[in-house]
Design a protein around this ligand. Structure first.
Ligand code: ATP
Ligand code: NI
Length: 322
């Protein structure tokens, strides 16, 4: 389902190469993201899934230079758009990120959006201001169009943040992320608080933007929504990407035991949770971090497996699903 109207050299993409994030906290180091390698290409939606606390939001913030001062980021993140000079996002000066990247090249839908809205201004005022700041003349048509695309009714726009339900605040955040017509949309749980029809609206909008030649990095717990829009799926466990395959392969022939476990936990499948819990990111074991929960673990798992689509010493051959 990829969009290939441009020549290969001009293909836009985000390339993440060996990205790691460490947080220094009193007496410990949180290894939130370790050695992430992936790309998101024009015309593609890549979903990033994994249990709570595995490092998904930290990864999203690292891409945009939005981590707090106790974070140490290493590795490379390059944004190549339309044959223009690539932008190196790790180590880019704050003014470059603020003026050129955030909102314009990369739009972020933050997790828990209600906390990011200005309490004293209506949704309409915040959208209009963002459109203006991002150099869009903000005709009322644009604003109305943006609202419609995310499933907001015109009357919703006159509400103040405290009057918005969680789902409405989510839609306002989705609209704010799209206001600058960014090339890449990083959407961190963009469907929180939305009912199924609105989840569908949001997913179709993300798919439409993707098919028009943009790119989407979708962070979500909603595997149903993932199945609907993702071209590829990256599975994260304890800060590492442990599986990076086509969505079709992830949903029908998962090879990493953790990926298979996530699918088995779905009510529509076996409805059987993976036993145990992920490790503390301050106390990661050597070797495969999933080993203590994995019924296929062997002595080989004391070494970190390479990510060759699947980071596992003993991937599943044919896992019966559906
Ligand atoms: N500023 C910080 N200082 C120390 N640790 C942090 C900081 N920010 C995040 N962390 C830790 O990094 C880890 C990854 O957090 P992150 O928010 O990325 O998880 P997540 O995969 O997005 O989870 P969820 O699905 O619940 O949103 C967590 O253990 C979290 O406590
Ligand atoms: Ni998160």
């Amino acid at each position: 389902m990829s969009h290939t109207s441009t020549s290969p050299e001009a293909v836009s993409r985000l390339r993440v190469d060996g990205l790691s994030v460490r947080f220094q906290i009193p007496g410990a180091v949180v290894r939130a993201v370790t050695d992430a390698r992936f790309e998101v290409r024009q015309g593609e939606c890549l979903a990033l899934v994994g249990e709570s606390g595995c490092g998904k939001s930290v990864m999203a913030h690292a891409l945009l230079g939005l981590l707090p001062a106790n974070a140490e980021v290493t590795g490379a993140v390059r944004l190549e758009t339309g044959g223009a000079e690539p932008v190196d996002l790790v180590g880019a000066p704050e003014d470059v990120l603020a003026r050129r990247v955030r909102g314009r090249m990369i739009g972020l839908v933050p997790q828990s959006p209600a906390t990011h809205l200005t309490p004293v201004r209506t949704a309409r005022a915040q959208l209009a201001e963002t459109l203006r700041e991002l150099g869009n003349p903000a005709g009322s048509d644009d604003l109305a169009d943006l609202a419609r695309r995310v499933g907001l009714r015109p009357a919703d726009l006159d509400l103040y943040p405290h009057q918005l339900s969680g789902g409405m605040a989510q839609r306002v955040a989705n609209a704010l992320a799209l206001a600058g017509d960014p090339w890449l949309i990083v959407a961190d749980e963009p469907t929180t608080g939305l009912d199924r029809p609105l989840v569908e609206t949001t997913m179709s909008e993300l798919r439409r933007l993707t098919d028009e030649g943009r790119a989407v990095l979708l962070i979500t717990h909603d595997l149903r929504a993932t199945e609907q829009v993702a071209d590829r799926v990256a599975v994260m466990y304890a800060g590492r990407i442990v599986s990076l395959t086509s969505a079709d392969e992830f949903f029908t022939r998962p090879r990493h035991p953790y990926a298979a476990g996530l699918l088995d936990a779905l009510p529509s499948r076996r409805f059987t949770a993976i036993p145990g819990h992920p490790p503390e990111l301050t106390l990661l074991p050597d070797g495969c971090a999933f080993r203590p929960r994995c019924d296929r673990a062997t002595a080989a798992c004391e070494r970190i497996p390479e990510l060759n689509e699947v980071a596992c010493h003993h991937p599943l051959e044919h896992h019966a699903v559906r």
